[in-house]
Design a protein around this ligand. Structure first.
Ligand code: ADP
Ligand code: MG
Length: 735
């Protein structure tokens, strides 16, 4: 095996220093497919070239033709005739194609052609294409509206949680898989669609898995409905088998060999190693080409972008310009589009300019970034894990699978031969990484899903045709949670409350809290808090001014805890008339606040539909905050922790040792707290915590706080004492 040295630079000295070796593993990706045409093929004459858009009746724009030329060059185009034929003859169809071959943007357009050419009497049916990620749904809808030369939101639209950008004219809707599942609740036969495309099926998200089971059922009842399953990886057999031996269309992509490099020793700090590698590639690689670095989340990505920029700036004008572009799901759409910008030009001294996209897993298959030649793969991603025993679901930075690593490497070979730098050892790849990522359904809390399935009329969960059935214990936990919340009765039937809860696009606990808040005279405030909990963290903490930012945050602090702090922020935002400057001055993210406001509005609409009143307790009353805190318990009584004498918290019943998350605005340790989230890192944290009273727990959820099935602990002893006091006072009052 040939060894190759790449010199690493620490950024302070232009002269590169050797930091680590990267060894090629000698097994590059498959050679390019020479059967694919190298140049743009002639336009497909089977498709008549029209000068007017049949959808709008308007003449096509210049831009339409420019994009069209590019579209004809995509690998899928050669398979169009075959696709249309197989689609016409079959109800199910599996299509596998390399990332970037044109699946997501082109196939749904062909489906639109198909439904328009084969109308059903008295039905106007469109095409739905599901995406696991909101970013992809929005970005692809934007692109396809341009390709079809229509306005986004008209003929082509998208629908994601809390945002529907579609209308009565919409024929082609990109949507998250979760949203299609939601549509199924009000329209069980999905009558709006003639064809449903499940994209990125290989990701096996929770919602895609449920959808597959559901669509199998719907397809039996609607013989004209067609289902297309698209995947970027080759294990199509499983999908074909599941969908009654569906035919397969393979689209070989134009992939070039990718040389793989490993670190000889494990990296202690992958972030630092990644930044070093970016700088090194930028300085030392002699061919043009952009860099794609995979990291795990927003904060890490923003941090990396800042650090890379600083290092490059320090190196001066000798080296080329490097444009760092972050990519993660909560980025605003116009920022996401930056990944399609071209790389900076060469400098006068010939130094190569590059763009460096620093992305989460989105760039693994969901979005294709053209021009990438160098991929840096530290081998980690944020993944959901669920432990049913202690009922904790958490996002954890964990090692990726081999399949993921291969996808990542493949991103380097889209336009010409590329290189992938794996920041882990070859041994780790071969012997430590698992083959495939486990489907999400095996790693999730199923509370929300079970509620939705019940609402969809699927009662027999045990016999539901899951592609991979979840663990029985996980299903039991979900049923138990929904029963405690009052969504399911003791027979497991959906209650009226459960029916209502399912209509809210929220976790069952939040939905319950919103509905129950009417009884506590504080639905206005609980709606605001719920909206704030449904958007990313609203406080910004830029590295350079972290101290000021933290001080600003503390100005919003409420003595009883974080939920009320969030309420303070929301109220302040409304009071200043949603002023952008105010947000900036107070280290509050303006866009997040606008989002929260939008979420709140949508929740209000659902409340109105059910005639749930919007109420507030008189602000001067001492019950104003007490009522809100009680309403929190009505949804989150299972997420409570007790402060032990030893100084740490213990979660109720599950007895997990936890600490208040450092971001809390609480300045003391209340004896009992309700928390919104369990965060697993090096320690167990509970995040977004509010002080509650033990007697409320006993009074508001006597079923859960039934001392008969409560493990022994300090908290229990206290609860038992309070309970006997309460009982005797009630007894006395009874006379
Ligand atoms: P696949 O789904 O097979 O991975 P896509 O249909 O998403 O492929 O993308 C095909 C090609 O379309 C990409 O390689 C890229 O060149 C182009 N493309 C997609 N989205 C955009 C966009 N927003 N801007 C410019 N080009 C795009
Ligand atoms: Mg795609």
């Amino acid at each position: 095996m040939s060894k190759r040295r790449l010199d690493m630079d620490d950024g302070k000295d232009i002269k590169p220093k050797k930091k680590f070796d990267i060894v090629p593993d000698g097994t590059p990706l498959p050679p390019p497919d020479f059967s694919a045409p190298a140049s743009v093929p002639a336009p497909d004459l089977r498709q008549p070239m029209m000068s007017r858009n049949p959808l709008t009746g308007q003449a096509y724009s210049q831009r339409y033709y420019e994009i069209l030329k590019k579209r004809f060059g995509l690998p899928v185009y050669e398979h169009k005739a075959n696709f249309m034929e197989v689609l016409a003859k079959n109800q199910f169809l599996v299509l596998v194609g390399e990332t970037g071959s044109g699946k997501t943007t082109q196939i749904p357009q062909w489906c639109v052609e198909f439904v328009r050419a084969n109308p059903e009497p008295n039905k106007k049916r469109g095409v739905a294409c599901t995406q696991p990620r909101r970013v992809a749904a929005m970005s692809v809808a934007q692109r396809v509206s341009e390709e079809m030369d229509v306005q986004l939101g008209q003929e082509v639209g998208y629908s994601i949680r809390f945002e529907d950008c579609s209308g009565p004219r919409t024929l082609m809707k990109y949507m998250t898989d979760g949203m299609l599942l939601r549509e199924g609740m009000s329209d069980p036969l999905l009558d709006n669609y003639g064809i449903i495309v499940l994209d990125e099926a290989h990701e096996r998200t929770l919602s895609t898995d449920i959808l597959m089971g559901l669509l199998k059922e719907v397809a039996k009842q609607r013989p004209t409905l067609k289902i297309v399953i698209m995947s970027a990886t080759l294990d199509a057999g499983k999908f074909q088998d599941y969908f009654e031996k569906a035919p397969l269309i393979m689209v070989p992509g134009r992939t070039y060999p990718v040389e793989i490099f490993y670190t000889p020793e494990p990296e202690k700090d992958y972030l630092e190693a990644a930044i070093r590698t970016v700088i090194q590639i930028h300085m030392c690689e002699e061919t043009e080409g952009d860099i794609l670095l995979f990291l795990t989340g927003q904060e890490e990505i923003d941090d990396a972008c800042r650090r890379i920029k600083k290092e490059v700036d320090n190196l001066g004008q000798e080296i080329g310009e490097l444009k760092c572009i972050p990519l993660y799901s909560t980025l605003p759409p116009n920022m996401q589009q930056r990944i399609f910008e071209s790389a900076p030009a060469k400098r006068a001294n010939g130094a190569i300019g590059r763009k460096c996209v620093v992305s989460t897993n989105i760039a693994e298959t969901s979005l294709t970034i053209d021009g990438v030649v160098y991929v840096i793969d530290p081998g980690f991603a944020k993944q959901k894990v669920y432990n049913p025993r202690i009922r904790v679901e958490s996002l954890l930075v964990s090692p990726i699978s081999k399949a993921s690593a291969q996808q990542r490497a493949g991103r380097a070979g889209r336009t010409r031969p590329g290189k992938c730098f794996r920041l882990y050892t070859e041994k780790a790849y071969k012997s430590e990484m698992q083959e495939q990522t486990y489907p999400e359904i095996l790693r999730s809390n199923l509370g929300s899903v079970v509620l939705q399935l019940k609402k969809l009329g699927i009662d027999d969960l045990v016999h539901f045709d899951f592609m991979d059935p979840p663990a029985p214990e996980t299903l039991m936990r979900a049923l138990e949670l929904l029963n405690y919340l009052g969504a399911l009765d003791d027979e497991g039937e959906l209650t009226q409350l459960g029916q209502m809860m399912a209509e809210f696009p929220l976790d069952p606990q939040l939905a319950k809290m919103v509905i129950a808040s009417c009884d506590y005279n504080c639905s206005n405030e609980i709606l605001s808090i719920t909206a704030m909990l449904s958007v990313p963290q609203c406080f910004v903490r830029p590295g350079e001014v972290r101290k000021q930012a933290d001080e600003a945050r503390m100005r919003f602090a409420h003595v009883d805890g974080d939920h009320l702090t969030l309420l303070n922020v929301y109220h302040a935002f409304k009071q200043c008339q949603e002023n952008q400057g105010w947000c900036f001055d107070n280290f509050v993210n303006y866009r997040t606040m606008k989002n929260a406001d939008n979420v709140r509005e949508q929740l209000v609409r659902i409340m109105d539909r059910f005639n749930l009143p919007k109420l507030s307790t008189d602000f001067s009353s001492r019950d104003y905050y007490i009522n809100i805190r009680k309403a929190l318990i009505s949804g989150f009584f299972m997420q409570v922790a007790h402060l032990e004498r030893s100084g740490h918290y213990l979660t109720v019943k599950d007895n997990q040792v936890v600490q208040l998350h450092p971001s809390t605005t609480l300045d003391h340790k209340p004896e009992w707290v309700v928390y919104n989230e369990f965060v697993l890192t090096t320690k167990n944290y509970i995040r977004t915590c509010t002080d509650v009273k033990p007697e409320w727990l006993l009074q508001l959820s006597p079923q859960y706080y039934d001392m008969k099935n409560f493990p022994e602990c300090e908290g229990k002893r206290q609860l038992v004492q309070i309970k006997s006091k309460l009982d005797s006072s009630q007894y006395r009052r009874g006379f």
